[in-house]
Ligand binder design. Structure first.
Ligand SMILES: *Cc1c(COP(=O)(O)O)cnc(C)c1O
Length: 441
């Protein structure tokens, strides 16, 4: 069965009686007029449908728990949806922890990840009642044990390991290959386990954690990963007599940005995972541990679109046609960071004849600020509402104030209603952290 990560558009997308694109029963041109652009629009039905697919796909395997990787897109409203859906949260900074806590999220269902968690962040995480910490390196183990000792507490930890698996995705979003900044190399696991066992008495090692990368299209990655982790669990049991009962497989399932992308469905992923769990439990003779998966992109990516208003254009003599939009690398860093490609439509002209090659440029003072290069669209007119699909993940969350552009608003749409979930930043907010030292006044 097809799942929403295999669609380019949110499931409620259609052309309405005004001849405009609508999502969640809301006309995109009306949304652009009402809230201004750039605007992130999130379709609640798509988010819920992906979540339902994950639950369905793993329902015969009760030992699987879902955590949403909040870094893909996090606001307090999103935390509420995840809480309602009984998902946990995978968090990777003090700011993400604060957001979850302040949304009233059940912190026992959170995991703290990251390759350089600070002392303050770790203290804050514990203060907030974080469920588990994925310990990434030797420095962190020592730091954590010190904090736990002075708090007279025991901390549940997973060891983040680097399984040595290459997934065929962009170099910047591979994480599980050997030359990675994340986690313990397989050759360092013994040393880490010995430290925990002999010295760091306040650390309670419950399992292993790996994450092989993002925008994964191949099933094989998941079964290879499970093979590596289960082999380590067996080895640790034999060598140290320690039973590890929890395994976090990370996230990474890909989505379809353009027709060229062919991600597997959530069901195919679940089947691969389930089969590999059975196979390797038998092979290594271990009781199947409790499994956690932490998808980010595949939960939120397809649900979100970005709306821009078309502004100036430039025809380079004998060269490209540039059409400028009112946002750019500050609201979507992915094209300039990874060369990411998107599917684009004109919300007020979805049926126009696609016969123009155009390069959609942002408004930043940077030649690399191109949102879509050489794509084929209908002729764009000034004032048109341009819709980029699949910007739900790593769009807002990577946004910046470069050139002092204001961070855009985000709305959640459902059944013809639109609700603000992030207000557009104001000029006052933009400058509120600035301080002018007295001597300059
Ligand atoms: C980023 C990340 C995820 C989520 O990855 P997606 O590709 O967005 O699903 C999950 N786990 C860890 C440890 C991560 O760093």
């Amino acid at each position: 069965m097809k799942t929403s990560n295999q669609n380019i558009k949110p499931i409620t997308t259609k052309i309405n009686s005004n001849g405009n694109i609508e999502i969640g029963g809301c006309d995109l041109v009306e949304l652009a007029n009402k809230y201004g652009t750039p605007l992130y629009v999130f379709d609640e039905a798509t988010i819920r449908s992906v979540i339902k697919s994950y639950k369905d796909a793993f329902k015969d395997f009760p030992k699987v728990n879902m955590m949403y990787a909040a870094k893909a897109f996090m606001t307090r409203a999103i935390c509420k949806i995840m809480q309602e859906e009984a998902f946990g949260l995978d968090l990777c900074s003090g700011g993400e922890i604060y957001t979850a806590k302040s949304a009233g999220f059940d912190m026992s269902k959170t995991l703290f990840n990251g390759n350089n968690k600070s002392y303050d962040e770790l203290c804050f995480a514990l203060e907030c009642g974080i469920g588990t910490i994925s310990a990434d390196n030797f420095f962190e183990l020592a730091l954590l044990n010190d904090i736990a000792k002075s708090n007279r507490q025991n901390i549940r930890i997973l060891l983040r390991i680097t399984p040595g698996i290459e997934c065929h995705t962009h170099e910047y979003i591979q994480t599980g290959h050997l030359d990675s900044k994340f986690g313990f190399d397989l050759t360092q696991i013994n040393a880490a386990v010995e430290l925990i066992k002999d010295e760091y008495k306040n650390l309670n090692l419950v399992g292993l954690h790996a994450h092989t990368g993002s925008q994964i299209f191949e099933k094989q990655v998941y079964s290879d990963e499970i093979g590596v982790i289960f082999k380590e669990i067996r080895r640790i049991k034999d060598k140290y007599g320690i039973d590890l009962h929890e395994v976090n497989l990370g996230g990474g399932l890909g989505i379809k940005y353009t027709e060229a992308d062919k991600p597997i469905s959530i069901y195919e992923m679940a089947q691969t995972v389930t089969e590999a769990l059975e196979k390797y439990s038998k092979k290594y003779d271990i009781e199947t541990p409790v499994i956690f998966i932490e998808p980010g992109r595949s939960i939120i990516g397809t649900s979100g679109v970005t709306l821009y208003t078309a502004g100036s254009s430039k025809q380079v003599p004998n060269g490209r046609l540039y059409q400028a939009l009112d946002g750019g690398m500050s609201d979507n860093a992915r094209p300039s960071l990874y060369g990411a490609k998107y599917t684009v439509e004109i919300a007020n002209n979805p049926n126009g004849v696609c016969d123009k090659k155009v390069t959609l440029a942002g408004k930043h003072c940077e030649s690399g600020d191109i949102l879509a290069k050489d794509i084929i669209l209908p002729e764009i007119e000034e004032g048109d509402t341009v819709c980029f699909y699949d910007t739900g993940a790593y769009g807002y969350s990577m946004s910046s104030n470069y050139n002092r552009l204001l961070k855009p608003a985000a709305v959640l749409v459902n059944n013809g209603k639109s609700d603000i979930i992030i207000n557009r930043q104001t000029y006052e907010q933009l400058t509120e952290s600035d301080v002018i030292p007295d001597r300059l006044n």
